[in-house]
Design a protein around this ligand. Structure first.
Ligand code: 5GP
Ligand code: ZN
Length: 117
């Protein structure tokens, strides 16, 4: 999709070091990490979120990549959290489907923070 920042990362137009890549997905570190390990896995093809007609093999590739990314980032044993934000209430800021893999430090039990109001 024209103008989509993650399409540009996937195509190499914006340089990024891929932690992992295969036919369907690429993974790279978040530009503004919220934990010692914060890696994003995205489909090469543009989909806005999980309900945007994503083919099963792409969904499968995204989630199959998760433990491999965790292994490569050294958090497979220590643990990690997987987050997919979809739409305004989830505060999805980049409208190209992405899976956050977050770890490297012990997290609290609650995983949901609400904005004020
Ligand atoms: P969201 O809030 O949409 O779930 O997550 C978007 C994530 O993409 C944020 O954590 C943000 O830091 C990250 N991000 C935004 N632009 C870029 C970029 O150009 N490069 C990388 N590596 N990460 C980005
Ligand atoms: Zn895109």
């Amino acid at each position: 999709m024209e103008g989509c920042i993650f399409c540009k990362v996937a195509s190499g137009e914006i340089p990024a070091t891929f932690v992992y890549e295969d036919e369907f997905v690429v993974a790279f570190d978040d530009i503004s990490p919220q934990a010692p390990v914060h890696t994003l896995i995205i489909p090469r093809e543009h989909f806005e979120h999980l309900s945007d007609g994503v083919p099963e093999q792409v969904t499968m590739a995204l989630f199959t990549a998760v433990p491999e990314v965790a292994r490569r980032k050294g958090v497979l044993e220590s643990g990690y959290r997987v987050i997919v934000n979809a739409g305004p209430d989830a505060n999805q800021t980049v409208p190209h489907l992405h899976v956050h893999v977050i770890g490297g430090k012990a997290m609290s039990h609650g995983m949901v923070n609400f904005s004020g109001g």
